[in-house]
Design a protein around this ligand. Structure first.
Ligand code: SF4
Length: 262
């Protein structure tokens, strides 16, 4: 499938700031899905936020929902028509903070959804406030002296809740990210792809990383690829581990429902 068939080019140029990581996420998503997706069966679901707007650029059915509720809407869509492929896309604030309860319970249920969480460590669209994923001591409009909190790591949470697939990559690792999205799309149950990304406008500007290239380098230095023995290790030297945190084939919610109903 050509890129013009995957994205709604009449909506180009997109609304993102120069240097935003959302462009890399969209590119990787296209490359991961281009030869396996059936756009007639795909529904994209987004909440509120910059990355949540990606739903409107894909040439499939899409629904743009209220803040934090994308997984709830997506669950209803999947239960209404289990034949559909449902992808939720959104940011750390939308999916992990405001929508945190939906995230936890969808993972626990092993609901048949693919969730792509673009974690740029900040609420970008609303003005650069910290989110629960913001690193300790980072600067933001709401923490001008530094963030006193520690970051919530969604991928570990989702893996522990029972999701079939939980992976974290960064936009600095596009080849692995493409493979992760592709693997996630082809599995059943709850699949979670966390993508560490960049918000030059909200995060970079507040943290003296004014150029997107500086932020990219910073992000690369802040991550490392897990070896198997590190799978449950805490972050090393404040760096975020990348790789698969869960990859199993537990009965999915839809499979379980069909079995119980007979
Ligand atoms: Fe991207 Fe941040 Fe701009 Fe939103 S505010 S488009 S996340 S750079």
């Amino acid at each position: 499938m050509e890129i013009e068939e995957f994205f709604r080019m009449d909506r180009w140029p997109n609304s993102y700031c120069p240097g935003c990581g959302n462009g890399i996420v969209m590119n990787c998503m296209y490359r991961a899905l281009q030869d396996i997706v059936n756009l007639d069966k795909l529904v994209m679901v987004g909440g509120i936020g910059c990355s949540a707007r990606i739903d409107g650029y894909v040439f499939s059915d899409a629904i743009h929902t209220t803040h934090g509720r994308a997984i709830g809407f997506a669950t209803g869509i999947k239960l209404g028509n289990p034949e559909l492929d449902v992808i939720v896309i959104g940011g750390d604030g939308d999916i992990g903070a405001i929508g945190g309860n939906h995230l936890i319970n969808a993972a626990r249920r092993n609901m048949d959804l693919l969730v792509i969480c673009v974690n740029n460590w900040i609420y970008g669209m609303t003005g650069g406030q910290i989110s629960p994923a913001s690193p300790h001591e980072c600067l933001s409009t709401t923490t001008p002296a530094g963030n006193p909190e520690y970051a919530f790591e969604f991928v570990k949470l989702v893996a522990e809740c029972g999701a079939n697939y939980a992976v974290r990559w960064s936009i600095t690792h596009p080849v692995q990210l493409i493979k992760g999205i592709r693997t996630a799309y082809q599995k059943k149950g709850f699949r979670f792809v966390e993508v560490l990304s960049l918000c030059p406008t909200g995060f970079g500007r507040n943290n003296k990383l004014n150029e997107p290239a500086e932020l990219y380098k910073f992000l690369k230095e802040k991550t490392y690829i897990m070896r198997d023995e590190n799978r449950i290790a805490v972050n090393l030297d404040g760096k975020f581990p990348l790789g698969e945190f869960a990859n199993r084939d537990r009965e999915s919610y839809i499979e379980s429902l069909k079995k119980i109903r007979g």
